[in-house]
Ligand binder design. Structure first.
Ligand code: ATP
Ligand code: MG
Length: 570
């Protein structure tokens, strides 16, 4: 490609809306153009990187026996109603009507469509297993689209779905996909970690995320300092923290606690550790059919509520904050919420680490009063894991290491679905014994467009991205120092043609610009190598620049090809 003709329009200005390096460089380098919140055009450079990522994904999946399809983006709402997800998906799902008033959604993910496809063709165990995928535009009306390609509303995802006759067979495919995904991300030069993930309302441990380690990541990952345990904070577990040495001795009674309504104040007032105090977090939960319910989550005062866990355990579609007035309307007293004497229709879920606690403090649900010496075992409570893991907690896997937090960008997610979709959608096959059974399924996603951003977050300096060769828009850039010099121009063009013949992806900067200006563009675009054809071409010498180190090496004109091939592994 000739720079003079290329649709590349770099800019020196840092766009006001961008804060992350990946967002800034993708815009400044004219890889993408913003056209609205979470909506982007891919320009030629961005498209080249996208295609490389896509090609790696496709190559490895095809090698693993998956087959590519391309399903309609516009999805009839009926399928979503059939699966029971139409409401559950909330406002991220863009719904609309056509001229005949038929309802549709823009696919945010394609489980329904894929199950619908497979159920109409696959009738027997003999046609299984099957792994179908697509690499396609998705739309999610994200509440906070931000960070450029990292969290768009329209984005490109690889979504794959596998179908099996048994759980065991699905597990085999799940493990195979874990390996395949690892190969894919390694080929892109990424440093990542596979972590246990939130499995939504389905629960279970059959979900793993691929996290690119980067400080700018939106996800918090919990890792162990002495074993390989890793989990998204939304799913992280721990060994229950040890109780403080002194267990308070309290006989049951109501205690006057004037204006003492926070855990901290109560702990000081009663001289007991927050561990012994029951903290109640009230939320408004939204369920299907527009049903709203106030839910009280009970935890130790030393813990925080993990909202994703909390939402999952009650199978709610969303958890919202609740106003004091809404609690009062139900006869609850904010600041003094407790577990005893509650109105009937209040849902209460207690953290599993509270189970068996027989001497604690909790609100009396009466202004300025708490109960002390409360024996929870005498109450009829539901216990679930709803507490958030803290740094310093003990690892649930090795049972001895300490947990700490790090940040990650989720680029892939593999999920053991079971019969979550095949059952409601009645996607069944005849097994070996002639019995009808729903398919056992797995689902596997990769954030293809998000990967452009994730790769840059891990590979950049203050001048621009430093693309790994495997995903770079071009492998090499030839920079003509001064196009007015006949010899530079001729020799550079000669090199350009040879490289093209050799199958090297090359951009030649043949613009009538100053050398410094061209170097800045080279740095901003992040192409892995440059060959500078300058004054010394008279002595048959050029310079090879490594974008990563920005070091220059003088080599002879004849050496260029061999040197490059060696660097590019060609
Ligand atoms: P997140 O927690 O980041 O919202 P998710 O759990 O909703 O992700 P999945 O439904 O598992 O994501 O989608 C599969 C992959 O698609 C994710 O691993 C991620 O890489 C990518 N992805 C999800 N949402 C977006 C988005 N808004 N923009 C770009 N990529 C996305
Ligand atoms: Mg999401």
């Amino acid at each position: 490609m000739r720079f003079s003709k290329a649709f590349i329009y770099t800019s020196k200005e840092t766009p006001a809306e961008a804060t992350l390096p990946s967002h800034i460089f993708l815009l400044r380098g004219s890889y993408i153009q913003s056209v609205g919140a979470g909506l982007y055009n891919f320009l030629p450079l961005g498209k080249r990187v996208l295609d490389k990522i896509r090609a790696i994904v496709k190559e490895e999946l095809d090698k693993a026996g998956c087959q590519e399809v391309d399903l309609a983006f516009v999805t009839p709402s009926e399928l979503w109603i059939e699966s029971g997800r139409y409401e559950k998906y909330g406002k991220e799902l863009l719904r609309f009507r056509d001229r005949k008033d038929a309802e549709f959604v823009l696919g945010p993910t394609h489980e329904e469509m894929m199950v619908n496809l497979v159920r109409s063709y696959v009738k027997s165990y003999k046609q299984l297993p099957l792994n179908l995928y697509q690499i396609k535009t998705k739309f999610r009306d994200e509440i906070r689209p931000r960070f450029g390609l990292m969290r768009g509303r329209e984005f490109i995802m690889k979504d794959g779905y596998s179908f099996h006759e048994s759980y065991k067979d699905m597990l085999k495919e799940f493990n195979k996909m874990e390996k395949t995904y690892s190969t894919i991300f390694k080929r892109m030069g990424l440093d990542f970690r596979i972590v246990e993930a939130d499995s939504g309302a389905i629960g279970g441990s059959g979900s793993k995320e691929f996290m690119v380690l980067a400080n700018s990541g939106e996800d918090t990952i919990v890792v162990c300092d002495s074993c390989d345990y890793g989990a998204n904070i939304e799913a992280a577990k721990r060994v229950a923290p040890k109780a403080p040495e002194e267990k308070p001795e309290m006989t049951f009674g109501k205690f006057y606690t004037p204006n003492v309504s926070t855990i901290e104040d109560l702990s000081k007032f009663l001289h007991i550790e927050p561990y012994w105090i029951v903290k109640i977090v009230a939320k408004k939960a939204l369920f299907d059919g527009g049903v709203e319910k106030i839910v009280l989550f009970a935890l130790r005062g030393s813990d925080e509520l993990q909202e994703v866990k909390a939402q999952n355990v009650i199978d709610a579609n969303e958890l919202l904050d609740v106003e004091a007035s809404e609690l009062e309307a139900l006869g609850l007293v904010p600041g003094f919420l407790g577990l005893k004497d509650l109105p009937n229709d209040i849902l209460v879920v207690a953290d599993k680490e509270l189970e068996g606690e027989n001497c604690c403090v909790s609100g009396a649900n009466e202004k300025d009063y708490h109960y002390v010496g409360v024996d929870l075992t005498k109450l009829d409570l539901t216990y679930k894991d709803i507490a958030q893991v803290k740094e310093g907690d003990i690892c649930p896997k090795c049972q001895k290491g300490k947990l700490s937090f790090t940040k990650g960008i989720e680029v892939g997610h593999i999920f053991q679905l079971g019969t979550r979709y095949s059952k409601p959608l009645k996607a069944e096959f005849l097994d070996k014994n002639g019995k009808l059974k729903p398919f056992e399924m797995g689902t596997y996603g990769i954030g293809v467009s998000r990967l452009l951003a994730a790769i840059i977050e891990q590979h950049h300096d203050n001048k621009g991205p430093i693309w790994p060769v495997t995903v770079a828009p071009f492998e090499v850039e030839i920079i003509i120092s001064n196009v007015k010099k006949e010899e530079e121009l001729t020799k550079a063009n000669e090199l350009y043609e040879v490289m093209q013949k050799e199958g090297i992806e090359v951009l030649i900067d043949d613009r009538k610009e100053r050398f410094g200006f061209k170097m800045n563009d080279f740095e901003l675009l992040g192409i892995p190598y440059a060959i500078i054809v300058g004054k010394k071409i008279g002595e048959n010498k050029v310079e090879l620049v490594d974008r990563k180190s920005l070091e220059k090496e003088e080599i002879s004109f004849e050496q260029v090809l061999d040197k490059l091939k060696e660097k590019l592994n060609k």
